[in-house]
Write a protein that binds this ligand. Structure first.
Ligand code: SF4
Length: 511
């Protein structure tokens, strides 16, 4: 671990702020580093990370958490150094997280390339899981020794059993590959396979966070899961195809989770983890239940056409004065093509209701470069922002991100960068200029346009082939030659690789 940063940093302040919401088994004598490739505040808001930690502890594994910052190579539990762990598991939620994992390994002196680790004695075994594995696990093929596909909790017992029973790396990999939802690049790099993404009934699983801490992006909220997958079919969204079928947790289980957690600590706010809270069949009853106990609610995102007065009241009761909504476009017809059939009139009316309930600001999310988009669609974004501000009196901010077509989505084949001639980078830059000009006068400064270069990288990584993954570990040319990078993205090649592994079949089955 030659390059390892040696500056001492302790997690003691973070540990002191963590309130356990459940009794966690102590773990045993098999050490395992569980890494989240983002800051603590982001990783601790990810329920999947909580679930895997708990599953490992229940199996007697001494799992300890690592985050990319603020102290990357020491564990939260005991400030243990990363070099003490021979097994590292990492959750990869977004494509760019793979880059963070590579950099984190490099800075710890661990080769990010699985082939290099295999050729060196004593290098740790690295396994990945998380949301990206539902979409395109090839992104991790040069980095991870194995990749758990889909819902990881049900697969963890097989991983633990194999890792405990074997010492030889090759033997461990062969036995891991016996599981249909474990992709082992060294074994699956040739031939045709029948891998499948693991999808469990979520009621089988533990369904809430292990701790409450004020140091997360959601603040001190008790996280509880309501639904996984989504029954709606927004063309750009990975949830319907990749995370489906939609599965809702039973209300009685959710209530039980809240009551049990509230017994050990005072819960001021509940964070509902679900794609669209309004789709949860028993939401009203759940809001009443929280209200009777004086608890507020926070929603990760609210779909405009499902936002009720009761939901806004619960939000305000939890201390929130801001709502986040995603109209995607300022134009009703283009929005309907995206899969969201609510109108600008409904947006204004609903946000006016929110203002009346005590909300002070609205964050609006839009996309640019959508299929069928023309300049007048881009101009409609600033028009809608102005209309919302003037009609509701809310403080309005807008975030506009380039649309990125992804594997498994309804718009997987749509052009990247939008309609028209020229490469995606040029088209997106032109669209950004149109947008920036339209946010003038009193609208100046309220819009943030997400990085076009990051969107190009996201596109390239979401259609990664094993070759892309190899470049990621080699550090070139990703990150500095965007034109070349885009030119080299081959969606047919990535789709054919997913087919070879058996995974396109798996996604197609759900459509
Ligand atoms: S954008 Fe929201 S409503 Fe649409 S498919 Fe995705 S999660 Fe469902």
């Amino acid at each position: 671990m030659g390059n390892r940063a040696t500056t001492w940093a302790t997690w003691s302040g973070y540990r002191a702020d963590e309130i356990p919401t459940t009794s966690l088994p102590a773990g045993g004598d098999s050490p395992c580093a569980l890494f989240f490739p983002a800051d603590y505040s982001v990783g601790m808001a990810n329920l999947g990370f909580h679930y895997i930690y708990r599953a490992l502890r229940e199996l007697g594994v001494a799992a300890e958490r690592f985050f990319a910052s603020p102290a990357p190579h020491r564990s939260v539990e005991r400030d243990t150094l990363l070099e003490r762990f021979q097994v590292i598991l990492s959750g990869i939620s977004y494509e760019a997280d793979a880059r963070v994992l590579v950099k984190w390994l490099e800075s710890a002196g661990i080769p990010p390339s699985r082939t290099e680790r295999a050729s060196r004695g004593g290098a740790p075994l690295i396994g990945c899981g998380g949301a990206v594995t539902y979409i395109n696990p090839c992104l991790l093929s040069a980095i991870a020794d194995f990749v758990v596909l889909g819902d990881g909790v049900g697969v963890v017992p097989h991983v633990v059993e194999v890792v405990r029973s074997q010492r030889l790396r090759d033997r461990v990999l062969s036995l891991l590959a016996e599981h249909p939802s474990i992709y082992v690049p060294a074994i699956h790099e040739s031939g045709v396979h029948l891998l499948e993404t693991s999808r469990r009934g979520i009621d089988l699983d533990f369904g809430h966070g292990n701790w409450v801490t004020p140091r997360t992006v959601f603040g001190a909220a008790f996280l509880v899961e309501l639904q996984r997958g989504c029954a709606r079919g927004c063309g750009f969204c990975t949830l319907p195809a990749c995370f489906s079928p939609p599965r809702q947790r039973d209300l009685d289980l959710v209530k039980r989770d809240i009551d049990e957690a509230a017994r050990g600590s005072e819960l001021g706010r509940i964070g509902l983890v679900t794609p669209e809270a309004g789709d949860y069949k028993d939401l009203d009853e759940l809001l009443d239940f929280a209200g009777e106990r004086g608890m507020g609610i926070s929603f990760a995102s609210l779909r405009l056409d499902g936002m009720t007065q009761k939901m806004v009241r619960a939000l305000v009761r939890g201390g929130r004065r801001s709502v986040t909504v995603a109209p995607e476009s300022g134009d009703d017809r283009l929005r309907a093509r995206c899969g969201k059939s609510f109108t600008n009139d409904l947006i204004v009316e609903t946000l006016r209701m929110a203002k009346g309930e005590g909300v002070r600001s609205a964050k609006l999310y839009f996309m640019m470069g959508l299929p069928g988009e023309e300049d007048h669609h881009l101009l409609s974004i600033s028009n809608l922002c102005l209309r919302v501000r003037e009609s509701t009196g809310l403080r309005v901010t807008a975030t506009i991100a380039p649309f990125v077509p992804k594997p498994g989505t309804r718009w997987a084949d749509a052009p990247f960068g939008g309609e028209g001639e020229g490469n995606a980078l040029k088209k997106l830059k032109r669209g950004r200029d149109v947008l920036l000009k339209s946010f003038h006068g009193s609208l100046r400064g309220i819009a943030e346009i997400a990085s076009i270069k990051e969107a190009c990288l996201e596109y390239a990584l979401s259609w990664a082939t094993p070759e892309t993954s190899r470049r990621l570990v080699d550090g070139a040319p990703l990150g500095f030659s965007y034109n070349r990078l885009l030119y080299e993205v081959s969606r047919p090649e990535a789709a054919s690789e997913l087919r070879r592994l058996g995974l396109t079949r798996d996604i197609a089955k759900l459509k």
